[in-house]
Ligand binder design. Structure first.
Ligand SMILES: C[S@@+](CC[C@H](N)C(=O)[O-])C[C@H]1O[C@@H](n2cnc3c(N)ncnc32)[C@H](O)[C@@H]1O
Length: 388
């Protein structure tokens, strides 16, 4: 596909997303119906679409539209090309499968204030409250692609050893100050999934903030640990690499854990899958990595920022309170409960923990951790609670 044809494809995908289709589904549907597209084309179209979703509001203005009511895939892509300083005349030239040439009524309008920061109006007060003086820096960081991070599996290598193995496969990395197990990928990210280091379990893909959260759990050899919202098991595996633990993984959706046994085998970790009925409590540590708005990870799931509304946030906070309460049923007397989200909103974080502590006087807060993309990785929150 020509560069212009890739832009036209991204415009078509964005139009479907604007019509309500989830981003991943719209991309998969496009790829299915575009057998002519090679892997380089699919990856380029995906990058265009995600670049546009990360700056939907500002890109719309720069493309001559106005989000949300007067916007289109075309105005979004035009705005992205303008924001990136691309050659719009070369890409929008109407030749072959490229989009039609730009008309006069598509002149750019300079975005201002919350529009320039790609912040939904209704969320601005909550984000300002949570981020304080970092509000603008963090919102600006969320407009760009997230760095790729690896977690070194300390059971199989040390950080220097892993770097050497990766470098031999032309994957250049550097350590990151947020976590002793993290490597930020400098180049060669597309080679990771087929690299020996990844296939042999020496490294896993995991954001640096998730790694910092697991390091802050103060894990001790011999502990019985329950990963209550295990999902794909990223945190279970990170915990298994840090201490000799007996780890049980649980999720309300058992099917979400289906990849975990193979991932654990690759990492030489032992993790036992549990369904809800087989949980019988008595854990030294229960981690509740709760479902959330994902506001700390909007760089990776950029359409979530635009889909979230007040009713959705209220549903999430009610679910989080339920998860926290159910997870606490599994904590042994004298044990610990860790609550985590990849959100930066206080309603999902500190307020949730404060309400739990008010209702459960046998718990006290040991420590909490608030990370934002200004720290390098995703935004993350973790509170570690001690039960009497
Ligand atoms: C943020 S994700 C977990 C990510 C995972 N810990 C990781 O590191 O890869 C939240 C998970 O919570 C699960 N979940 C949602 N409601 C739940 C509930 N009531 N009880 C337990 N798990 C729940 C979801 O299925 C989802 O997999």
């Amino acid at each position: 596909m020509t560069p212009g044809a890739r832009i036209a494809a991204a415009i078509a995908v964005l139009d479907r997303i604007l019509a309500g289709e989830p981003a991943e589904k719209a991309l998969v549907n496009w790829a299915r119906n575009s057998r002519f597209a090679g892997s380089g084309d699919r990856s380029a179209v995906r990058d265009h679409v995600f670049d546009a979703l990360r700056r939907m509001r500002s890109a719309s203005a720069l493309g001559g539209g106005r989000w949300p009511e007067a916007t289109s895939g075309r105005s979004l892509m035009l705005g992205v090309i303008r924001a990136q300083g691309g050659d719009e005349a070369a890409l929008f030239n109407g030749q072959g499968h490229a989009p039609a040439a730009v008309s006069e009524d598509e002149s750019p309008r300079n975005p201002e204030g919350l529009e320039a920061l790609d912040c939904p109006d209704w969320l601005a007060p909550q984000l300002r409250e949570a981020l304080g003086p970092q509000f603008e820096v963090v919102m600006a960081a969320l407009q760009s692609r997230a760095p790729v991070f690896l977690r070194v599996n300390l059971r199989l290598s040390d950080v220097d050893g892993a770097r050497r193995i990766l470098a031999a496969e032309e994957i250049e990395t550097r350590p990151h100050p947020l976590s002793a197990t993290a490597l930020e990928v400098v180049s060669g990210a597309k080679k990771i999934a087929r690299s020996e280091a990844y296939l042999n379990g020496v490294v896993e893909l995991q954001d640096v903030a998730s790694q910092a959260v697991v390091a802050a759990l103060d894990l001790q050899d011999g502990q019985r640990v329950l990963d209550f919202c295990a999902g794909g098991g990223g945190k279970s595996l990170a915990m298994a690499a840090l201490a000799d633990l007996q780890i049980d993984a649980h999720d309300i959706s058992y099917a979400r854990m289906s990849d975990l046994p193979a991932r654990a085998a690759r990492a030489r970790a032992e993790v036992t899958l549990k369904d809800t009925a087989s949980l019988s409590g008595g854990y030294d540590l229960v981690l509740a990595d709760a479902p959330c708005s994902g506001s700390g990870a909007w760089r990776r799931q950029p359409d979530a920022r635009w889909r979230l509304d007040a009713a959705g946030l209220a549903r999430l906070t009610a679910l989080q309170a339920e998860v926290l309460s159910n997870a606490s049923d599994q904590v042994a007397p004298g044990g610990r409960l860790a609550y985590a989200t990849c959100s930066m909103l206080e309603a999902e974080n500190g307020a949730q923990v404060a309400a739990f502590l008010a209702a459960n006087p046998d718990y006290r807060l040991l420590r909490d951790l608030r990370l934002t993309p200004a720290d390098g990785g995703d935004g993350f929150y973790m509170a570690l609670l001690q039960r009497d």
